[in-house]
Write a protein that binds this ligand. Structure first.
Ligand SMILES: [Cu+2]
Length: 319
C-alpha cells in the first residue's frame, strides 16, 4: 500500500494509512545549498512496490537554472527545455529559458535496488530560507510513484506520504539563521469562556495537495477540563483533530479519539510534528497570505470561529 500514487491521497483515504519511513523517500543527497553552482544528486531508494522502475522524471524547480543532467549507462536521457518564470543572471548573461524537465528512461531500477540521478546547474534568484522542490516521478510497468508533496521533516504526516525531494536555500557564507524560524500565526488571543486561543496558523499547500495542517495554542484558565471535539471550515470538506506518533518506525497520524482534552489550568499546543488540525478535501490549496476560516467545537466552551492565517512551509530546515 505504501506507494500508491496521488489518487489515493486525492480520495482522502490516505488519512487512514501510515506514512512511509523517511528513509524510503526519494531525496536529494545535499538538501541545503547557497546560491551558485549546485550538483543535485537525486537518490531513488527503490522501484514501485515490488516492481522495477524504468523511467525517472524530474521537474526542475524555478531558480535552478542552466541544468544539465548526467547521462547514465543503460538509461536514455531526454531534456524538455522551456521558459523560466523569470529572467536570471548566469555567468554574467541573462537567461530566461533552459531545462525544465529531465527524464531518464529505458533503464531498470529493481525494487530492491537503489540508484542516483545527477543534475548540474546553478541556483539563482532564490532567497535564504526558501525551499525548492524537485518533483520526481518513478514509472513502473504497473504504475508510478509521484514524489510531489511538501516534505515534512518533523512536521505534518500527510505530507510525509510522498514528499518531493527538497532543497533549502542557505544564506551565502552562513547557515541562513536570519529571517525565518518562527510562525507567529494569529497575534491576538481569543478568549472564549475559560479558554484562550492563540497563535493559530495553517500551512501553505502545494498545488493539487488535497489536505493541509493547522496549528494553534489552547490554554484553559478554568477549573474544569474542556475538550476540542471537532471543527469545520467552508474551504474543506472535513476538519479533524489529529495526533501523530511513531509506531514501528513509521510516522502515523489518526483522529484523536473522543476529542482532545484541554486540562484544567493546562495548555495544549497543536504544532507541526504533533497534534494538528487537519483540513481534508481542500479544493483550493491554501496559499501564503490566505486566511482560512475555521469553526472549532469545544465540549464546554461551545463553537469558536477563528481565522487561521496561512504561512509558507519551511520544511526540513531546523534550528
Ligand atoms: Cu492529520
Amino acid at each position: 500500500m505504501r506507494h500508491l500514487i496521488g489518487s489515493l491521497a486525492a480520495a482522502g483515504i490516505f488519512a487512514l494509512f501510515s506514512a512511509t519511513p523517511a528513509t524510503a523517500h526519494a531525496t536529494l543527497e545535499k538538501s541545503e545549498a547557497a546560491t551558485g553552482g549546485y550538483k543535485a544528486v537525486l537518490r531513488v531508494p527503490h522501484g514501485c512496490d515490488g516492481q522495477a522502475t524504468h523511467t525517472v522524471r524530474v521537474e526542475i524547480p524555478e531558480g535552478y537554472i542552466g541544468v544539465k543532467p548526467m547521462p547514465k549507462a543503460g538509461w536514455e536521457l531526454d531534456i524538455e527545455a522551456g521558459d523560466y518564470g523569470k529572467t536570471y543572471s548566469l555567468h554574467g548573461r541573462e537567461v530566461s529559458s533552459g531545462t525544465r524537465v529531465v527524464t531518464w528512461s529505458g533503464g531498470e531500477l529493481d525494487d530492491s535496488h537503489y540508484d542516483e540521478f545527477v543534475l548540474s546547474g546553478s541556483l539563482s534568484g532564490v532567497k535564504a530560507g526558501q525551499t525548492l522542490y524537485f518533483v520526481t516521478t518513478q514509472f513502473c510497468m504497473g504504475g508510478e510513484v509521484a514524489w510531489d508533496e511538501i516534505p515534512a521533516e518533523g512536521q505534518d504526516p500527510h505530507e510525509l506520504e510522498h514528499p518531493a525531494p527538497q532543497l533549502v536555500i542557505l544564506a551565502s557564507g552562513d547557515g541562513a539563521h536570519g529571517g525565518h524560524g518562527t510562525h507567529a500565526g494569529m497575534d491576538t488571543t481569543l478568549v472564549v469562556g475559560d479558554l484562550e486561543i492563540s497563535s493559530a496558523w495553517a500551512r501553505a499547500m502545494l498545488p493539487n495537495q488535497p489536505a493541509g495542517g493547522g496549528y494553534l495554542i489552547i490554554a484553559n484558565r478554568g477549573s474544569e477540563a474542556d475538550r476540542l471535539v471537532g471543527g469545520s471550515s467552508p474551504v474543506a470538506t472535513k476538519v479533524e483533530i489529529h495526533s501523530m506518533e511513531v509506531v514501528n518506525d513509521v510516522m502515523t497520524m489518526r483522529p484523536v479519539d473522543g476529542g482532545l482534552e484541554i486540562p484544567a489550568g493546562g495548555t495544549v499546543e497543536l504544532k507541526p510534528g504533533g497534534l494538528h488540525v487537519m483540513f481534508m478535501g481542500v479544493a483550493t490549496p491554501f496559499k501564503d497570505g490566505d486566511t482560512v476560516p475555521v469553526t472549532l467545537e469545544f465540549e464546554k466552551a461551545g463553537s469558536v470561529e477563528i481565522a487561521f492565517p496561512v504561512r509558507k512551509a519551511e520544511g526540513g530546515h531546523k534550528h
